[in-house]
Design a protein around this ligand. Structure first.
Ligand code: IPD
Length: 264
């Protein structure tokens, strides 16, 4: 059953990716509005792509609930819930950069069942099914075996609100001398997929919303990685720490020592 569901999610994500690319190439990606701060933008494409995904779900699985970054929550009756970021990496998208993705997870009461992160420009697609594995373009993926923080490549991201960014910058400044280097790609779902397939050793970020996290989280855990918050808490808005099994402990301890989930 989850195989069919994953096929459906992948096909909806690919269609959505085609629409996003068309807007970016020919229609332009202009700012249509702002959300939590003047830098937290929404383009016409974010809205159009999410509407396309919602319409596709409503047509084939009308009983499913939907939570999306750009629209109101839609209640369901089936017990399944789609968690959708139509364009994760909106600022990259706006600037014609390639690091953006359609990110979709379908959850039941126990968490994500299937996940797809599709990067329309590269065409790369990460998929995962709970209990079955995680794949990049059909090939199984796994995180690195890195266990030494000092030689780890660590990704992070920054939220849109100035106060939060000041805190995030202070944490990043403290992490930087202790690791190989830091990357800021600009799309949380792709950062998580990079952990899953060993393109970075670890990733952390404060302030992620469910649609930034849901699909990438399943990809990492099904690839054999670990995704948590700090101090034994689960991942969420306060903090997300993702890494291969050997590096996760050292990275989590460093971030805990820095109180990296504190707001100010
Ligand atoms: C953002 C991106 C970014 C992360 C922000 C997210 P959006 O999502 O994933 O990398 O640092 O926290 O809000 O707004 O582009 O969908």
């Amino acid at each position: 059953m989850t195989e069919q569901l994953l096929d459906l999610v992948e096909s909806i994500a690919r269609d959505a990716g085609r629409t996003a690319r068309t807007y970016q190439r020919s229609l332009g990606a202009e700012v249509a509005g702002t959300k939590s701060s003047p830098t937290d933008v929404v383009t016409a494409a974010d809205t159009a792509v999410e509407e396309q995904i919602r319409a596709a779900v409503a047509q084939v699985r009308p009983g499913d609930a939907i939570v999306g970054e750009e629209g109101d929550d839609a209640a369901g009756t089936s017990g399944l819930r789609w968690v959708v970021d139509p364009i994760d990496g909106t600022v990259n998208y706006l600037y014609g950069r390639s690091a953006y993705a359609v990110s979709i997870a379908v959850e039941d009461d126990a968490g994500a069942l299937v996940a797809v992160v599709h990067a329309p420009v590269s065409g790369e697609t990460w998929t995962a099914r709970r209990g079955a594995g995680a794949w990049l373009d059909g090939q199984p993926v796994r995180p690195t075996d890195a266990d030494d923080l000092a030689s780890a490549l660590v990704a992070t991201g920054f939220g849109y609100r100035a106060e939060r960014r000041a805190r995030q910058a202070a944490v990043a400044a403290a992490v930087l001398p202790r690791v190989r280097d830091i990357r800021r790609a600009g799309a949380a779902s792709l950062d998580l997929c990079d952990v899953a397939c060993g393109r970075v050793d670890g990733y952390f970020e404060q302030g992620l919303q469910p649609w930034d996290l849901a699909a990438g989280r399943l990809v990492v855990t099904e690839a054999g990685g670990v995704v948590t918050g700090l101090g034994g808490r689960g991942p969420g808005e306060a903090m997300v720490v993702a890494a291969g099994a050997a590096l996760h402990g050292p990275l989590e301890r460093l971030l805990s020592d820095l109180d990296a989930d504190r707001l100010t």
